[in-house]
Design a protein around this ligand. Structure first.
Ligand code: SAH
Ligand code: SF4
Ligand code: F3S
Length: 465
């Protein structure tokens, strides 16, 4: 049975607001902060909330961590390398702290939410002052206040897995593109995945709260909204469903709408219908398949077959001509045979993805797959992922070829790093397009005629001046 979410009470929120004021007025308050973010868009958006609270406490953002009085690492633990990267960087700050004894170092996010991890981090890394979990993000003001007042190191990791916090201040990274989290947590328990353990139970925000946030963003000039959740397709509380939410947002006139991530098992005909009939939903879908083999999919607890996945792809393609599909793929799941791996390669060819994220399976403590036999040797995994990347690259090249001569509506993100006098941004299919332009184009949607292909990107010319 699904438990209803628990909303942070106005009184608890008021306490945090008071703490914010108290930190802002504190004589020992850090003047500047810097946040280092790892992991997915959820974490990126959490960092925007951290930044919102820190600005609310009177701190200014430092572009470089060396110039900051407070550095926070917002960590990820989805794979072993993500975890190692986060801790490697934290260690580097130990040196900095020798010259700057008042520097405050905090770690938060998914890695910290793992059982006993926060205590372990504080024990092992004596120079870290603050460790808090994913369910404690909103407590940053009161934690900082206690730290400043009592000058002691703090851990706060709650097991309240059903909490929803509304109305936290947000300092957005970008003026024209914005994230909105619509649901938190995950109940799918794919056998390889740590996310359900560190992000808590699946819970959805109220539709009215989401629509209000979207409305404010559109009034502030945002061009594109990305709805976030580990499995947005299962958003909802009874009559509030994901297709209904999309319909409402589409009617509101949000210029461009994207969402991620979609779980194939919950991709309904109704959702495809809403996407097909919408004016503002982008013609792109990220639909992680993980493997092309039915036995592996079953072992992964994905709850769909290769054939069911392909049927959904077919439906999407016939309802929304020109839709671009992207995916996530894992090689070397425990016991994966050569033939099973080949099924993933053939699926990539069959679907014809625009692009894909490819991962080598990484055992995560506490997950079911970590107990399974049949670990694949590292050299073999490297061979498999190299081969799979070749398949994906070939698929990307084929997909991009079909866009030659087409017109893409490009939301310009910035000046091209490599080419002078060029700007780049994403078309509705989420593929990067580069064309001639200036800083004035940033944040605008410009129609661009695609004239040539580069590696993983498209090049073009604007159709109007
Ligand atoms: N909720 C999203 C994905 C979140 S994690 C979804 O289900 O689509 C992002 C990707 O990381 C996953 O799609 C998967 O491909 C990969 N991943 C997750 N756990 C992993 C592990 N233990 N080893 C390797 N890759 C993993
Ligand atoms: Fe992990 Fe599966 Fe949930 Fe995605 S749906 S976050 S892969 S458990
Ligand atoms: Fe990583 Fe947590 Fe996202 S584990 S992928 S930051 S939900």
């Amino acid at each position: 049975m699904k438990q209803p979410p628990i909303f942070l009470t106005p009184q608890q929120m008021e306490e945090e607001k008071q703490a914010m004021k108290a930190v802002a007025a504190h004589p020992a308050r850090p003047a500047t902060y810097h946040i280092v973010t790892y992991g997915c868009q959820m974490n990126a958006h959490d960092s925007e909330k951290l930044a919102g609270m820190l600005s609310g406490m009177g701190m200014a953002e430092a572009g470089d961590r060396r110039d900051a009085d407070l550095v926070i690492f917002n960590t990820c633990c989805v794979r072993d390398n993500a975890e190692r990267r986060a801790l490697g960087n934290v260690t580097w700050l130990k040196e900095l702290k020798k010259d700057k004894p008042n520097l405050i170092i905090g770690v938060c996010g998914c890695m910290v939410q793992q059982p006993e991890m926060a205590e372990k981090i504080l024990k092992q890394y004596r120079f870290i002052d603050l460790a808090f979990g994913t369910h404690n993000l909103h407590q940053l003001p009161s934690l900082l206040y206690t730290l400043l007042e009592q000058n002691r190191r703090l851990v706060s990791v709650s097991d309240q897995e059903n909490l929803i916090v509304e109305d936290l201040p947000v300092k957005r990274l970008c003026k024209h593109h914005a994230y909105i989290t619509i649901m938190y947590g995950c109940d799918n328990f794919c056998s390889y995945c740590i996310v359900p353990y560190v992000r808590g139970r699946e819970r959805s925000r109220r539709m009215d709260d989401i629509l209000r946030e979207a409305d404010q963003l559109v009034s502030s000039g945002v061009q594109e909204i990305m709805l976030l959740g580990q499995n947005v397709n299962s958003y909802g509380n009874g009559c509030e469903t994901f297709p209904e939410l999309l319909r409402r947002l589409d009617q509101m006139g949000v210029p461009r709408i994207r969402f991620m991530t979609s779980h194939p098992k919950d991709l309904s005909d109704e959702l495809i219908e809403v996407m097909a009939g919408s004016r503002h939903i982008c013609n792109h879908l990220h639909l992680p398949v993980q493997s092309g083999n039915n036995e592996i999919l079953e072992q992964m607890n994905r709850r769909y077959t290769r054939e069911e996945y392909l049927r959904k792809v077919e439906k999407l393609r016939s309802a929304i001509p020109g839709i671009g599909l992207t995916t996530d793929l894992i090689v070397s799941f425990p016991g994966e045979t050569e033939a099973q791996f080949e099924d993933t390669c053939s699926l990539v060819r069959e679907v014809g993805y625009d692009s894909a994220f490819t991962f080598i399976y990484s055992p995560r403590i506490g997950t079911r797959a970590a107990q399974m036999d049949g670990r694949i040797a590292p050299e073999e995994s490297t061979r498999r992922i190299t081969r799979l990347i070749q398949e994906v690259e070939a698929s990307t090249a084929r997909a991009h070829q079909t866009l030659l001569g087409a017109t893409e509506q490009v939301l310009v993100e910035g000046l091209s790093k490599r080419d002078n006098g060029m700007v780049s941004g994403k078309g509705t299919r989420n593929i990067t397009v580069t064309f001639e332009g200036t800083a004035e184009d940033i944040g605008k949607v410009i129609p661009v005629h695609i004239t040539s292909l580069a590696v993983n990107t498209l090049r073009g010319e604007r159709t109007e001046r």
